[in-house]
Design a binder for this molecule. Structure first.
Ligand SMILES: Nc1ncnc2c1ncn2[C@@H]1O[C@H](COP(=O)(O)OP(=O)(O)OP(=O)(O)O)[C@@H](O)[C@H]1O
Ligand SMILES: [Mg+2]
Length: 327
């Protein structure tokens, strides 16, 4: 692993180790005892509705906010006691707010690179490499004040990637990006991890967590309410669901009786599509069910087994959709 830092992580395994983090804003327990463990070399997703405490948690881990209780360690270094060391091991998006609006994107990136100690030629090379990667080459010479919101976000991430730090916090890295740029961002994030970095990201997009994250924590009202791999979280919500469509609407009631009997569950019917949906704990029983339906002379149009989506997981755990939170 190569990153221009003299300080090597002194705890190889855990990039982030937070225990009982608390942050109060007046009466509001914005973060109320959060535990997080992020393995070095992984992508970790933090999901939660608006106001859940995601950004506040990240700001504490990134030494931007002092915890009221609990501890946070970054590669073994304490975010309060060793804040100076921690700052050299991390990158946070959103630091780009204070750049010069009159300068072009290239000039801004070159200045950033120079501040980070890169030589003139190296800084230029890095700037054009990043602009290319983020699809900003054509806009590179334009002053920043003419950039759209999405272009700014891309430049912001590009700037935070100049010195690829061992741990990168990305707070909603793709919010407001068009689909193509979003896909590019995913590629960039994957590449960062392949080349040795660890990424902790928050997202409002469940499919993003599904695509990218090795593990996910769901935060709600300042607490971690679920943690695991995407598959573990899906499995925790239950079971797959079986969907059947009968050819003859007249068979629907009898088909449903057989489903309930063979699978020993309570199924549901969506009448407009003559479709039966049933929770299914044991995929093996589908064979029995299909045989029973054939014996009863019921012809099927469609059979499918679906794992719950991360959306369903989220709804079940937090009782609300990801975008319908407080605030
Ligand atoms: N600087 C602050 N001063 C006072 N209250 C704050 C401050 N920052 C955050 N809060 C409050 O803390 C709670 C958690 O906010 P936070 O920004 O961490 O949520 P979030 O999960 O990042 O939400 P979002 O999805 O909207 O970004 C909210 O109730 C918010 O209003
Ligand atoms: Mg936030």
């Amino acid at each position: 692993m190569k990153h221009g830092y003299n300080i090597e992580p002194n705890n190889g395994d855990l990039a982030v180790d937070a225990q009982g983090l608390v942050k109060l804003f007046g009466e509001n327990r914005a973060v109320d005892g959060v535990d997080l463990q992020v393995k070095a070399g992984s992508i970790y997703g933090v999901l939660g509705p608006n106001g859940a405490g995601k950004t506040t948690t990240i700001r504490m881990l990134a030494t931007l906010l002092r915890p009221d209780a609990g501890t946070g360690r970054i590669f073994g270094y304490d975010v309060v006691k060793d804040a100076q060391i921690v700052r050299q091991l991390i990158g946070v998006t959103g630091q780009y707010a204070s750049v010069d609006e009159a300068l072009s994107a290239t000039e801004n990136l070159v200045i950033f690179s120079r501040l980070l100690g890169l030589g003139r030629a190296e800084a230029k090379r890095k700037a054009s490499e990043l602009l290319e990667e983020f699809g900003l080459t054509e806009a590179a010479k334009r002053p920043l004040k003419n950039f759209s919101g999405g272009m700014r976000r891309r430049l912001d991430l590009a700037a935070s990637l100049i010195a690829q730090p061992p741990l990168i916090f990305l707070d909603e890295p793709t919010t407001g990006l068009d689909p193509r740029t979003r896909a590019q961002m995913w590629e960039t994030i994957r590449r960062l991890v392949k080349t040795g970095s660890t990424v902790l990201l928050t997202t409002q997009y469940l499919d993003e967590a599904d695509q990218l994250a090795d593990r996910i924590a769901v935060i709600d009202r300042g607490h971690v309410v679920a943690e695991g791999t995407v598959d573990e979280l899906k499995a925790s919500v239950g079971t797959s669901s079986l969907q059947l469509r009968v050819q003859q609407g007249a068979d629907l009631a009898e088909a449903r009786r057989i489903v309930n009997h063979v699978l020993e569950v309570q199924s549901n019917v969506t009448s407009e599509a003559a479709k039966i949906t049933a929770p299914m704990a044991d995929a093996d029983r589908v064979t029995d069910l299909l045989l029973a339906l054939r014996e009863a002379g019921i012809a099927l149009d469609e059979v499918s087994v679906q794992k719950p989506t991360l959306d369903e997981v989220f709804l079940t755990i937090t009782g609300q959709g990801v975008n319908e939170g407080a605030n």
